[in-house]
Design a binder for this molecule. Structure first.
Ligand code: FBP
Ligand code: MG
Ligand code: MG
Length: 335
């Protein structure tokens, strides 16, 4: 359901959040404040990304995260900034972060919300001036207020998200989010320090001619996926793969397309994480009229078993995801 109240392009994020709170009366303002806290952290991280080359915060941090991936300095900086903003904002009791082994308790025992976050997505692109992003999911806690959040609070199905969004630090910096009432995009004006509504009520084309997949691992694809990639080539589609999920997703959301990070022989559950990459983008794409599955099952209906679990991701225009699944099913039928 898209927003009934159409606010004009140029509306500030703050005013948009306030007007939507009135219209949809989500809670009594805590969620609104939480969205503002995320926007504040995004402004701070945006500034550090833009000056990274000048401040010697490029390159590897020298440690690995729980995923066994080499953390980049900006991964660590973004993680610190977002955790600090969420802790200081007071609305979040517990945080799941790609860069933290365990859940982070903020000490806000009255906080009603849980946030799952990928502080910096597209780490391989950080030092080469290619678009990167931040991805976040927001859940309401299940446990009673007055204590730390629990693991049960954290491992909720994607259907229980109350909001989700991403920030893309690209040729411009944008924040795109949904609270379940459509998808809206805001462009940041660094001279004014404000996000302004630039992409109201984003709806994604039902089909497209762009496919995003790392064909370097083609030899490890399941046979049905190989057939789908060949179908895309035979159809004259454009191959676009930036290596930053947020950037590939954002382009496909606006123009139509499909992004695939499959299960392969090398990565049996794929690479992307359910809690702070797949669920957030799945919520957004469905709100924009698109689709997100693991190749068989709706992403939002996968029940998480652990914080950092990975899952295959087929996400984008509905007809393209359906076509990819047709090829995957045909393989199963034949085998
Ligand atoms: O280099 P690969 O294996 O194609 O993976 C690229 C994908 O990995 C990611 O960088 C994973 O996200 P992180 O950078 O947050 O770890 C995605 O942004 C991107 O789409
Ligand atoms: Mg990521
Ligand atoms: Mg990351």
């Amino acid at each position: 359901m898209n927003d009934k109240l159409a606010l004009p392009v140029g509306t500030t994020l703050d005013r948009f959040i306030m007007r939507k709170q009135e219209e949809f009366s989500y809670a009594t303002g805590e969620l609104s404040q939480l969205l503002r806290d995320i926007a504040l952290a995004a402004k701070i991280v945006n500034r550090e990304i833009n000056r990274a080359g000048l401040l010697d915060v490029t390159g590897a941090y020298g440690q690995q995260n729980v995923q066994g991936e080499d953390q980049q300095k900006l991964d660590v900086i973004a993680n610190i900034r977002f955790i600090r903003a969420l802790r200081n904002g007071g609305e979040v009791c517990t945080i799941i972060s790609e860069e933290e082994d365990d859940i982070i308790q903020t000490g806000n025992h009255k906080g009603k919300y849980i946030v799952a976050i990928d502080p910096l997505d597209g780490s391989s692109n950080i030092d080469v001036n290619v678009s990167i992003g931040t991805i976040f999911s927001i859940y309401r806690r299940i446990s009673d207020q007055g204590a730390n959040g629990t693991m049960e609070d954290c491992l909720q199905d994607g259907t229980r998200q109350v909001a989700a969004g991403y920030v893309i630090y690209g040729s411009s910096t944008m924040m795109v989010y949904t609270t379940g009432h459509g998808v809206n995009g805001f462009t940041y004006d660094p001279t004014l320090g404000e996000f302004f509504l630039s992409h109201p009520n984003i709806t994604s084309p039902q089909t497209g001619t762009i496919y995003s997949i790392n064909e370097g691992t083609y030899n490890y694809f399941p046979e049905g996926l190989k057939q789908y990639v060949n179908y895309c080539k035979d159809s004259g589609y454009s191959a676009r793969y930036i290596g930053s999920l947020v950037a590939d997703f954002h382009r496909n959301l606006l123009k139509g397309g499909i992004y695939i990070y499959p299960a392969t022989a090398k990565a049996p559950k794929g690479k992307l994480r359910l809690m702070y990459e797949c669920n957030a983008l799945a919520f957004i794409v469905e709100q924009a009229g698109g689709k997100a599955t693991n190749g068989q099952k709706r992403i939002l209906e996968i029940t998480p078993q652990e914080l950092h679990e990975r899952c295959p991701l087929y996400i984008g225009s509905t007809e393209m995801v359906d076509k990819a699944e047709e090829f995957l099913k045909a393989e199963v039928a034949v085998s």
